[in-house]
Write a protein that binds this ligand. Structure first.
Ligand SMILES: Cc1ncc(COP(=O)(O)O)c(C=O)c1O
Length: 301
């Protein structure tokens, strides 16, 4: 990452190298930090954020689900994002926001403290290739998605990503690009950092909220599908249905849609007709060619 970049931290712009947390802080030592990430695009008149309002809403929701208090309002966060994007001269890239208890906490909780907030503006780079979908191989992970009665899976909490890390590691060791997690009762949940869609007989399907992160890309695809005449359903998907899908793809902020072309030992079309249509629709939206969705972008200048 560009070490000359500036980070917005609790109202100050500081050098990236100084944006650190104490190891004994609750956010780090108990992994209670929450975060959110959205894309920044180069618009005709300046930088545009993709569905920033929804991402900030989700950050607020993560705090609420975990009983934490944010120190800044939605509007204040928008202002902070504008500052950090401008000061870093960000073109295509992402904004990553972390809210965390930066105070040391050995035994006692720091429940009354408001969360610190750090905002990073990160340009596209070789570790962060945006807009370049790759055909993926996927396996069903030996790890199950954390059960919503253990922690709220709708919170984008750092600790929840241990589950995702294990699934990615398991997949990599088995020679697959990604691992797909089933819920503890055997239904399709999601990937480590991506939502999963399947297609059967022309119908697009994805698991319901409640057991998966409320992905903004997932929501966008659900909103856009009817506009391109694709039938879409949110509902439980069994492992057998997943393995028998005609097509499957992943969805996440970094790269909107990536086709799965190998699922365990089965080859899938890469990409199949419905996946291709969804990819095209999302590309058109991201390239500002579809006016029906232009309110999904917010001006950052
Ligand atoms: C577990 C999980 N599911 C789904 C997604 C996709 O969410 P979004 O579309 O908001 O990036 C992510 C990405 O952050 C994720 O971490």
């Amino acid at each position: 990452m560009n070490n000359n970049s500036k980070v917005w931290l609790n109202g100050e712009l500081i050098p990236r190298a100084e944006a650190t947390v104490p190891i004994l802080s609750h956010g780090f030592s108990r992994a209670s930090a929450i975060f959110d990430v959205f894309g920044v695009h180069v618009g005709p008149k300046g930088p545009l954020a993709f569905r920033m309002d929804e991402h900030i809403k989700r950050l607020m929701k993560s705090a609420e689900l975990l009983g934490m208090q944010m120190a800044y309002s939605d509007a204040e966060i928008v202002d902070a994002v504008k500052i950090v994007v401008r000061e870093n001269n960000l073109g295509r890239g992402i904004v990553k926001m972390f809210a965390y208890w930066g105070e040391e906490a050995l035994i006692n909780l720091v429940l009354d403290s408001r969360l610190d907030l750090a905002i990073f503006a990160i340009p596209e780079n070789e570790d962060l290739e945006l807009d370049q979908p790759r055909p993926l191989s996927a396996c069903v992970s030996k790890w199950r998605k954390i059960h919503p009665e253990t922690v709220p899976v709708g919170a984008k909490a750092c600790s929840n990503y241990l589950n995702g890390y294990l699934a990615r590691r398991d997949a990599a060791l088995r020679g697959y690009d990604i691992g797909i997690l089933l819920s503890t009762d055997g239904f399709l949940a999601e990937g480590s950092i991506e939502s999963i869609f399947v297609v059967k007989d022309g119908v697009l399907k994805t698991p319901p909220l409640g057991r998966v992160l409320s992905s903004i890309t997932r929501m966008s695809i659900l909103d856009a599908a009817p506009a391109i005449d694709i039938s879409v359903k949110e509902g439980p998907i069994t492992a057998a249905e997943l393995l028998d899908a005609d097509e499957a793809f992943t969805a996440h902020t970094g790269i909107k849609v990536e086709p799965i072309i190998r699922l365990e030992d089965r080859e899938l079309p890469g990409p199949g007709p419905v996946t291709r249509q969804v990819m095209q629709a999302m590309t058109d939206i991201m390239q500002f060619k579809d006016d029906r969705f232009k309110n999904w972008f917010q001006d950052l200048s």
